[in-house]
Each structure stands twice: as structure tokens, then as C-alpha cells.
Design a binder for this molecule. Structure first.
Ligand code: C5P
Length: 208
């Protein structure tokens, strides 16, 4: 079974995808981490984020076994990830890795922005997780400040809007719900309630 979980920043898609992976015993890939790690490589190597060939080369050179989790979770890494994610060369460089992960025997669960539309249009279950902008900005702000990052809520709200705009408006693989995705709004749901709803969608599909 292949499960695709998409949605904007801090919608809860990562939490839901991890819970589904544990529940159904599926390997899980957070595809945002690939774009974030590429963004970090671009920052650290002083690559011009407008230089598509150089950014694509950085994506191809990624060692996914050596991704520095703490480094890729910063606001700076997230912002750079969304800048280089507009580049077709970068998306092409990361496509095969994601596709191969999805096609492993027994299935997999992937979360991102274009899993249900581009990476796994053939997924058995597609979920699109959303929440209102202020709720998402507050969640991410609380997460980052708890980790000691100096960022104000107003800045986080602005970054959230900018990231949503860039992810949704890029011509290649824009963030959007697949036509056959089930929408789940987590704005006023607890984590447990959101996970329960997602589990119900998967179980219904399994029975069908
Ligand atoms: O999900 P996360 O916030 O970690 O992703 C960081 C950025 O990577 C996103 O804002 C988006 O620009 C990009 N991304 C993407 N396609 C994916 C996953 C992430 O374009 N499948």
C-alpha cells in the first residue's frame, strides 16, 4: 500500500504520516527533508540559489544517510528549501529517490507537497492535510522558539504566507490537493483526533 500525505507547512502532515507509518508498519519518507538538506548544502557551499544547474548538482550529491536533522529544521533551511524547490532541475534530481522509496515491496508512506499529484499519482490513499494560516504559523513558531530559535510570531506568519505562496504558485509540481485526495482540516483538532481520522480513511480504503 502506498500512502501519499501532502499539505502546507505545519499542517500536521508529518505527525500524521509518522503515526500512520507506525500504525500500518510502513517505511516513511519525509520528502521535505530532501529539499531542506539541499537548501542547507546550497547555503553552506555558497551556491547561488538562482543557479539551477549548481542547485541540481547539490541535490544529486545528497547523502541521505548523513542528513543533519537539527540543521535542516531551522527557519533558514526551510526558507531556502522552498526557494530551490521551484527549480525543475532540483525536483528532477530528487524524483527517482522518492519514486524508488514509494515502490519498495510492501509499500511506503511519503509526505510532502506533490506526492499525490506527481511522485505517486497511483497512491492507494491520498490525504491532503490543511489548517488555517495563523494556526500553522503559531505551531511552527512554538516549535522553533522551543528549540531556541530567535524568531517573532509576526515574522513566522509572514514566512508562512510567503512559503505557501511560493509552493502553490510555482509552475513545476505546485502544492495542491490531488483531485482524488481526502481533505483533512486540523485547525481545531487534537493530534489524536487528526490521526484517528487519517487512520479511518486508510482502513476504509483497505476494506474497499
Ligand atoms: O515539508 P517541509 O516544510 O519540510 O518542506 C520544506 C520545503 O520543501 C517546502 O516549503 C517546499 O518548498 C519543499 N518541498 C517540495 N516538495 C515536497 C516536499 C517539500 O517542494 N514534496
Amino acid at each position: 500500500m502506498i500512502i501519499a500525505v501532502d499539505g502546507p507547512l505545519a499542517s500536521g502532515k508529518g505527525t500524521i504520516a509518522r503515526a500512520l507509518a507506525a500504525r500500518f508498519g510502513l517505511p516513511y519518507l519525509d520528502t521535505g527533508s530532501l529539499y531542506r538538506a539541499t537548501g542547507v548544502a546550497v547555503l553552506e557551499q555558497g551556491i547561488d540559489p538562482c543557479d539551477e544547474a549548481a542547485c541540481a548538482a547539490a541535490a544529486r550529491a545528497l547523502d541521505i544517510t548523513a542528513i543533519d536533522e537539527a540543521r535542516i529544521r531551522t527557519a533558514e533551511a526551510g526558507a531556502m528549501a522552498s526557494r530551490i524547490a521551484v527549480l525543475t532541475g532540483v525536483r528532477t534530481a530528487l524524483y527517482e529517490l522518492q519514486r524508488n522509496f514509494a515502490l519498495q515491496p510492501g509499500g511506503a508512506i511519503l509526505d510532502g507537497r506533490d506526492i499525490g499529484t506527481v511522485i505517486c499519482p497511483d497512491a492507494d490513499v491520498k490525504l491532503y492535510i490543511m489548517a488555517d494560516t495563523e494556526t500553522r504559523a503559531r505551531r511552527r513558531w512554538e516549535e522553533l522558539t522551543a528549540r531556541g530559535e530567535a524568531i517573532s510570531y509576526a515574522e513566522m506568519l509572514e514566512q508562512t504566507r510567503e512559503r505557501d505562496r511560493r509552493d502553490a504558485e510555482r509552475p513545476d509540481a505546485p502544492m495542491r490537493a490531488a483531485d482524488d485526495a481526502t481533505l483533512l482540516d486540523t485547525s481545531s483538532l487534537s493530534i489524536d483526533a487528526a490521526v484517528a481520522q487519517a487512520v479511518a480513511v486508510v482502513e476504509k480504503r483497505q476494506k474497499a
